[in-house]
Ligand binder design. Structure first.
Ligand SMILES: [Zn+2]
Length: 248
């Protein structure tokens, strides 16, 4: 989850104090108000927002704070929201500068049911994805089959493979570990580029999925490099990407 400390965004809708309803925002407000009060904040507001990514934005002054929380958490149970509120206030107050999340939250967002229920929403919000593994010239499913043949990957129906509609910038691959979505730039949907270059890019992104969620965001650490180096033509593929001024 990304967190952003923003300035000057539109004010959040005030929490409905005392309104007896089952609106998920009530749980969220209670969680954040409680955490804020414990740290001496006079006013705390929180609302769910339909961000594409799982993230929280906030703005605060000395004694008030407003949070916009990804609506992927709208059905999270109270302990998850309370733990998140507490850890965000700890970060705001400078008590905790680690990027770790409370265990209840990590467990909830990495449970298979999370990706299963949120992935369709994430895909709808990902406007630049074709939502299909079949491109004009190349198929990501066939690329995956080649990786399986090399013993480097296993078919996992919970992982969604998609081409991008447009090749933005020079980044050829992207993955959301939490949503289990891998996307490859349509710049590689070409028979001018060898298959093994595409396969390597897909393998790189699948390595991220295999390594699992890491809140520290050290995406290309030692363990990752070890796994990635199992690809037989890694050096050749990287040379190709370099020549195309593209990167992973
Ligand atoms: Zn990567």
């Amino acid at each position: 989850m990304e967190t952003e400390d923003t300035q000057g965004c539109a004010g959040a809708v005030a929490c409905g104090q005392g309104i007896a309803s089952e609106y998920p925002g009530d749980l969220l407000c209670r969680a954040f108000r409680g955490a804020g009060e414990r740290r001496g904040f006079e006013r705390t507001e929180a609302e769910f927002v339909a961000f594409k990514e799982l993230k929280v934005r906030w703005q605060r002054s000395y004694r008030w704070a407003e949070f916009k929380v990804s609506d992927y958490l709208a059905d999270a149970p109270a302990p998850v929201l309370e733990g998140m509120a507490d850890s965000l206030f700890a970060r705001i107050a400078g008590e905790d500068d680690s990027l770790s999340y409370p265990k209840a939250m990590t467990d909830w967002i990495t449970a298979p049911s999370f990706a299963e229920s949120k992935q369709p929403v994430y895909l709808r919000r990902s406007r630049n994805l074709t939502r299909s593994p079949v491109g004009d010239k190349r198929s990501l499913s066939e690329s995956l089959e080649r990786l399986e043949g090399l013993g480097l990957a296993e078919a996992d129906p919970s992982v969604h493979l998609s081409w991008t509609r447009e090749s933005s910038a020079r980044k050829v691959g992207h993955c959301s570990v939490l949503m289990k979505v891998v996307s490859i730039s349509n710049a590689l949907d070409s028979d001018m580029i060898p298959e093994y270059v595409l396969d390597f890019c897909l393998y790189h992104e699948l390595c991220h999925i295999a390594m699992g969620f890491d809140p520290s965001l050290k995406r290309h650490g030692e363990r990752f490099a070890e796994m990635e180096s199992r690809y037989p033509r890694k050096a050749d593929a990287e040379e190709w990407l370099k020549r195309l001024c593209m990167h992973l």
